[in-house]
Write a protein that binds this ligand. Structure first.
Ligand SMILES: [Cu+2]
Length: 163
């Protein structure tokens, strides 16, 4: 009886973590956190997700951390002439009612001092700390770098990717 209950719980948890892949903390909804596979020897990886503020108060992403990386920063990316530049930013604002997308080419979470390469289909823990909503632990789904590069459709489809 106990064994059966545990098996059931495991199935529910697995289904949830593979398909839903959204997280809630306070008034915020964190959608589809993902990263990309890294080549051997790479020490950095961008992490991407959306933050939906369903509340009436402004919030801010203050910092992030991950056991997979020695250092995690919040970055912006913008064109400076015709050179793409990344800069560390102190926080990422999330206005009430707004959805902020952290995506390639724009705002992102930067994993640095990676302890090992990120492998396809693994899940990398990431802790996000918001000024108002507090702390939330999410998992980055690691996507194939090539598939991810083909654009937003690849991202949108990752919830149904086969293991
Ligand atoms: Cu960066």
């Amino acid at each position: 009886m106990i064994f059966k209950a545990m098996a059931f719980a495991t199935v529910v948890f697995t289904t949830f973590s593979v398909q839903a892949h959204d997280y809630k903390v306070g008034d915020l909804q964190i959608g589809h956190p993902y990263s990309r596979t890294t080549p051997p020897g790479a020490t950095t990886a961008g992490a991407y997700l959306s933050i939906d503020n369903k509340g009436k108060a402004a919030d801010k992403l203050l910092r992030a951390s991950s056991p997979a990386a020695g250092l995690v920063e919040l970055h912006s990316m913008s064109m400076d002439g015709n050179v793409m530049r990344m800069r560390a930013v102190p926080a990422i604002d999330v206005a009430p009612g707004a959805t902020v997308k952290l995506a390639p080419g724009g705002l992102h979470v930067m994993l640095q001092e990676l302890k090992r390469p990120l492998k396809k289909d693994e899940r990398v823990p990431l802790t996000l700390v918001f000024q108002r909503a507090g702390e939330v632990k999410v998992e980055l789904a690691v996507q194939d770098a090539v598939a991810a590069a083909s654009g937003h459709d690849a991202h949108a489809g990752h919830g149904t990717d086969k293991k």
